[in-house]
Write a protein that binds this ligand. Structure first.
Ligand SMILES: [Ca+2]
Ligand SMILES: [Ca+2]
Ligand SMILES: [Ca+2]
Length: 473
């Protein structure tokens, strides 16, 4: 095992080529004096990433990194601190360049009126509000929630007591349809500057921002120009959160698959759509340590030459703790089309061969496979709604359409396996609140056993079916 890791570490040096300082992750056998000895031998500083994984971040150059991987006795492996990206919205990306070209001829002041105000970043975390009532006015427009039979589970307090961690671009924890369902860290006293529960994070009330290292995992939103020219997909994590657990019967908006689940905000991806192995691991470890039973991962990408061993080990730690890891299958590598088979071309983390990972393809309102959606007869387990999905976005808004510019003839919907994955995460929360004594494997089996076979997924997923909640108990 040790040699294998060293081989892979050696590959870094061959691939990197130049003596630039870069961030590496160093895995030791144990926490202790090894780290002090390591610094005195090799210089620099080690920043703790995972106590349980005995992982540290170390800034050095590639020659030094590969040397250490080969000769330091206490080092199990060294790997790059990889960049991890949000899955791109295929509908938005298809239009981005054309919109950018069109906008180049327009006055930004005019566009502000068209696209409205941008919510300010990091608002105060409001206390949980009292119980509201009233029908959810947009629920009938929410085809995804309706088609899989979600309302049949709602009489049973779907998701009650189950924490679902949204590892993503953040969440608008002030949103009128999410604020009541945010996870609340009851062991932490708000705003006293003290880590009351001693979990390593000061004043973490609804989660943590692992990208910026603060206690406000807000889904930072940018103006329309920055969105088009800067990349990323702000609002992504808030949209995902609404699919999982928007509040039901509060007289506002929509309702999630598991509207009694608690949403834990684990922001590790910036508004430009970018995170790191380090921030992902911290988010996953935090979710597991603070009671999440389900983690949603609508991010990742094509497998590179080198394994992200540190990320794999963090998902293995989640497995040991009995936590389900739901992963979007991916949105195509070669442009929109059907050459998106995860079996020969793995998507990470979706295709990792770990028993707690459930990978999800996207289907449309007609039970067709989304044109962009990855699939995999051996590696993708099921499909779920992921084309033109209506859900919450920052600023008390609701969208199934990211941008709609009629006079330019351009429309981009909320499309993606990113939207399919949280439907399944919500279903696991419901299954678990119905069956609190089940193991994670029993919960996965229950949901997969109840999928509805559809032609578009026959031979394209392990179950050949899409998410179906009508018989789920
Ligand atoms: Ca704390
Ligand atoms: Ca923040
Ligand atoms: Ca609602």
């Amino acid at each position: 095992m040790r040699n294998l890791f060293r081989m892979s570490a050696l590959c870094i040096s061959l691939a990197a080529g130049v003596a630039q300082a870069a961030e590496y992750l160093v895995r030791f056998d144990s926490i202790g004096q090894e780290q002090e000895r390591f610094i005195s031998n090799n210089g620099g500083t080690l920043t703790l990433v995972s106590r349980e994984g005995v992982l540290f971040k170390w800034v050095t150059n590639h020659e030094k990194a590969s040397e250490v991987a080969n000769w330091e006795p206490s080092v199990r492996y060294v790997q790059p601190n990889f960049t991890i990206r949000l899955l791109q919205n295929p509908s938005l990306e298809a239009n981005r360049e054309a919109i950018a070209n069109a906008l180049a001829f327009m006055d930004p002041m005019d566009m502000g009126d068209i696209f409205g105000e941008t919510p300010a970043d990091n608002p105060d975390i409001p206390p949980a509000p009292g119980r509201a009532s009233g029908a959810d006015p947009m629920l009938t427009d929410d085809w995804g929630i309706q088609s899989i039979g979600t309302p049949t589970t709602w009489t049973r307090n779907a998701g009650k007591g189950i924490i679902v961690a949204v590892t993503d671009s953040g969440v608008d924890y002030t949103h009128e349809d999410l604020v009541a369902n945010m996870w609340r860290n009851t062991k932490e006293i708000p705003d006293n500057g003290i880590d009351d529960d001693k979990n390593g994070y000061v004043d973490d009330i609804v989660g943590w921002d692992f990208a910026m290292d603060d206690n406000k995992p807000y889904d930072m939103t940018v103006d329309f120009f920055s969105l088009i020219f800067g990349g990323g997909n702000p609002g992504h994590g808030t949209h995902v959160s609404g699919v999982i657990g928007a509040t039901k019967d509060n007289g506002k908006g929509v309702a999630g698959v598991a509207p009694n689940a608690q949403i834990m905000g684990c922001r590790f991806i910036t508004e430009k759509g970018s995170g790191t192995t380090e921030s992902a691991i911290k988010a996953i470890d935090y979710a597991v340590a603070n009671g999440a039973k389900v983690i949603n991962a609508s991010w990742g990408g094509e497998k590179g030459d080198e394994d992200d061993t540190a990320l794999i080990e963090s998902i293995q730690r989640a497995e040991k703790a009995g936590v389900i890891f739901v992963a979007a299958a991916g949105n195509g590598r070669n442009g929109v089309g059907y050459d998106n088979d995860n079996d020969p071309k793995p998507s990470i983390p979706a295709t990792l061969n770990l028993p707690n990972i459930v990978s999800v393809a996207a289907i449309d309102v007609n039970d067709g496979l989304g044109a962009f959606s990855n699939f995999g007869n051996r590696t993708v387990r099921l499909g779920a709604p992921g084309v033109k999905i209506l859900s919450t976005v920052p600023g008390d808004r609701y969208q199934d359409t990211v941008i709609d510019i009629p006079f330019l003839g351009m429309t981009a919907h909320w499309d993606g396996t990113s939207m399919a994955s949280p439907h399944v995460a919500g279903a696991f929360a419901t299954a678990w609140s119905d069956n609190p004594t089940f193991t994670y494997q029993q919960i996965i089996d229950l949901v997969l056993k109840n999928t509805k076979p559809i032609a578009a997924l026959n031979g394209k997923t392990v179950t050949g079916g899409r998410l179906e909640l009508r018989q789920l108990r």
